[in-house]
Write a protein that binds this ligand. Structure first.
Ligand code: BGP
Length: 466
């Protein structure tokens, strides 16, 4: 659809940026923090999460930079194991104190804190007790939620429960170190995450009726590879299993009927406790966080033992499922050097589909370009490629607004360079360069990239400079 007049970005639009605790903080075992599943990763020749970007020791300086860039919002996650080293015990005062410093500095600069409660870093002790397959993890999450809401609820008014629950279920290896759960177990884990998220949602609404909370799945539009109706069914299946299941439970409080049948056929329906259905139905989010990087393309399965066709890849690389769909290719789209599809129009499509299905406010909680950056001879980082990438995605966000999508903010990934989930420090996303490489911590100096200055102007003009 063409628009004769583009809708302007609304007043109060949350121009933000995102990070997550384990990828940026470092101080992995300091001041009482217990290990999380992420601390088990010790990749050879690649950055681990022990020091990361050392945000823990640079927090005030980093917030100063956010203020210089003019950020209206900063999305970060709390490390569950920093606040609750014993998930069933008392909170760690030093852990709370670190986030107090961060939250207070943000507020002093007029930056809205948006807090993800759990971003891939399950406390190791919970993992060792069965992780999300163990129902007690939902009790631990509720306890943790109460600590966070009681402590920060006077200042933090926007919360995200779980980052990319759908990625954790569809790409489970990174979150389940040392083992590969069965599909049945994965959907039990998934159900427990739904329960945990619902409990947190109800609790926040009870304690702080003025605060807002939502999930943060990775949602992306899907294309059938051709107009063959069989490809369209495969695309529908993929979208229901990977995307709608998660938003249907959050928004409608019930499982998607197609996915429920798919689980029944495979003997994978989760065990529910009495009261779960009512709990899911009662917990209503206030907005939807959406991580968007790349669209996917699928085609009909052949059911010949090769539909899965596993490719080496990470959370954005499409893998098929036997008898359900196969990965397809899309000749209209390019890829990043790391093989991630670049599809700005796909962002508009994704937002439109979510809006027309759920009619809820949407916050883009992640989107960005991960690639190699270098400090030039003049001392700057000239990341025009990142500016181009973000410019295209912001333009499509504005088109989505013009289409009628209630888009409340855009938080690119990431505010500063941080450790990539799969590619260490070689793959950078930040507006701010951090002087370290894979294994050499160097100075850890912060250097604003060209994209930093470009984004400052976008924010200052509320998008008019695009
Ligand atoms: C999302 C995660 C982020 C971040 C991002 C980039 O799936 O929520 O934590 O890692 O992807 O991915 P990567 O670091 O693998 O490049």
């Amino acid at each position: 659809m063409f628009h004769t007049n583009l809708a302007p970005f609304p007043e109060g639009f949350l121009w933000g940026a995102s990070t997550s605790a384990y990828q940026v903080e470092g101080a992995w075992d300091q001041d009482g923090k217990a290990p999380s599943v992420q601390d088990l990763h010790e990749p050879r020749g690649q950055a681990d999460f022990k020091v990361a970007s050392d945000h823990y020791h640079h927090v005030e300086e980093d917030v100063e930079l956010m203020a210089r860039m003019g950020l209206k919002a900063y999305r970060f996650s709390v490390a569950w194991a920093r606040v609750m080293p014993d998930p069933f015990g008392d909170p760690n005062p030093a852990g709370l104190a670190f986030y107090d410093r961060l939250v207070n500095a943000l507020i002093a600069h007029g930056i809205e804190p948006i807090v993800t409660m759990y971003h891939f870093d399950l406390p190791l002790s919970l993992h060792e007790a069965g992780g999300w397959a163990n129902r007690r993890t939902t009790d631990a999450f509720e306890r943790y939620a109460r600590v966070l809401f009681e402590h920060f609820g006077d200042r933090v008014k926007m919360w995200l429960t779980i980052n990319e629950q759908n990625v954790m279920i569809n790409h489970p290896n990174a979150m389940n170190p040392g083992r590969t759960p069965s599909q049945r177990e994965l959907y039990q884990q998934c159900h427990h995450m739904f329960v945990a998220s619902a409990k947190a949602t109800l609790l926040l609404h009870q304690l702080w009726p003025d605060a807002k909370i939502g999930p943060a799945p990775n949602i992306t539009a899907i294309y059938p590879e051709t107009c063959d109706p069989a490809d369209a069914i495969a695309a529908d299946d993929w979208e229901s299993i990977r995307c709608w299941l998660y938003l249907d439970v959050a928004c409608y409080g019930r499982y998607n009927p197609l996915v429920w049948r798919y689980l029944e056929e495979r003997g994978c329906t989760p065990e529910m406790e009495p009261g779960d259905a009512e709990l899911l139905a009662a917990a209503k989010p206030d907005f939807l966080g959406v991580n968007y990087y790349a669209t996917a393309t699928v085609k009909a399965p052949k059911n010949d033992g090769h539909d899965r066709a596993p490719r080496n890849g990470d959370q954005q690389v499409m893998i098929g499922e036997e008898g359900v769909y196969r990965a397809g290719t899309n000749p209209h789209l390019t890829q990043t050097p790391y093989g991630w599809i670049v599809d700005p129009v796909g962002l508009r499509t994704t937002l439109r589909r979510i809006a027309s299905r759920y009619a809820m406010p949407i916050l883009i909680t992640e989107n960005g370009l991960g690639t190699h950056d270098e400090v030039a001879a003049d001392g700057g980082v000239h990341d025009q490629y990142r500016i181009d990438y973000l410019q295209m995605h912001f333009e499509q966000a504005q088109l989505a607004l013009s289409d009628g999508v209630d888009l409340i903010g855009f938080c690119p990934w990431s505010f500063m360079d941080l450790v990539s989930t799969h590619n260490g420090y070689a793959k950078r996303y930040g507006f701010v360069y951090v002087d370290r490489d894979e294994c050499d911590l160097r100075s850890l100096e912060r250097i604003p990239k060209d994209s930093f200055h470009w984004y400052r102007e976008v924010i200052e003009t509320n998008g008019a400079s695009l």
